[in-house]
Write a protein that binds this ligand. Sequence first.
Ligand SMILES: Nc1ncnc2c1ncn2[C@@H]1O[C@H](COP(=O)(O)OP(=O)(O)OP(=O)(O)O)[C@@H](O)[C@H]1O
Ligand SMILES: [Mg+2]
Length: 275
Amino acid sequence: MENILYRLGNVKYKYSEDITALDGITLDIPGNKISAFAGTNGCGKTTLLYILNGLIFPSEGNVFYNDTLLEEKILSDTEFVRKFRSSNGLIFQDSDAQLFCSNVYEELTFGPKQLELDKAEISSRIESTAELLGITPLLKRSVSKLSGGEKKKVAIASVLTLNPSVLLMDEPTAGLDPKSQGILIDIIFELAEAGKTIIISTHDLGLIDDLKPLLFVMNESHQIESTGNTEDILADEELLYKVNLIHEHVHLHDGERHRHIHSHYKIHQHNSVKK
Ligand SMILES: Nc1ncnc2c1ncn2[C@@H]1O[C@H](COP(=O)(O)OP(=O)(O)OP(=O)(O)O)[C@@H](O)[C@H]1O
Ligand SMILES: [Mg+2]
């Protein structure tokens, strides 16, 4: 029997009477695996990750985390909140919403201090995470003066230093250069191999093709359009076109206009290498 970490039943979320962000989401998310939510702008990915991270609660329906119902009143259970916060980390889509300390080192120290780790452990976690993400030269810098991609790496590092068992990553590769994207993908694989649960939101089909997660495709009606493995879903052009993850492209060829379905992600061909 598969290990189910989250169980969502008919989850709806409205920001106001006329703004629906999620409209009846029913699904199970396995633990110790990589899952991803894919869908176009505004379909509800960030809202869903906020719900999975207990920042907001469904307007209707329910979310179970292991066997605990995530509802507003659990916030008064300090023991649950402490455990949940230390094991469940969200990397925000907007790094500015996540970073609030004045310099990078303080930013990376803040979370581990909340976990009451000792000084040597905190320094060692910061050092190794900064090294991994290539941000050691930034440690003394002011957060507000970093570039967008640098802020993203600091935001990622600030969650990795907590070593949570569940990582929620909202558009983790957005704004990162190709080398940094590659480093992040390697980190995600390592975390998954170590048994962590990784839940990603993205509209980057290249990232999905690299990670091969269990995939939940969302549509513009804020519902789940399809669920399945990456290979099957990426092969289904009709589905990808319907949810606007690929588009129709017009180009000129020998003076004639052609229309064809077009996406920007690259399909990798690997020659298998025997170890
Ligand atoms: N704070 C808010 N107040 C009102 N409406 C909001 C708020 N945040 C999001 N929305 C609306 O809720 C819907 C879902 O937004 P959400 O940010 O979850 O989408 P998303 O899939 O993450 O989009 P993107 O790919 O652009 O990040 C959108 O229609 C959005 O305009
Ligand atoms: Mg979003």
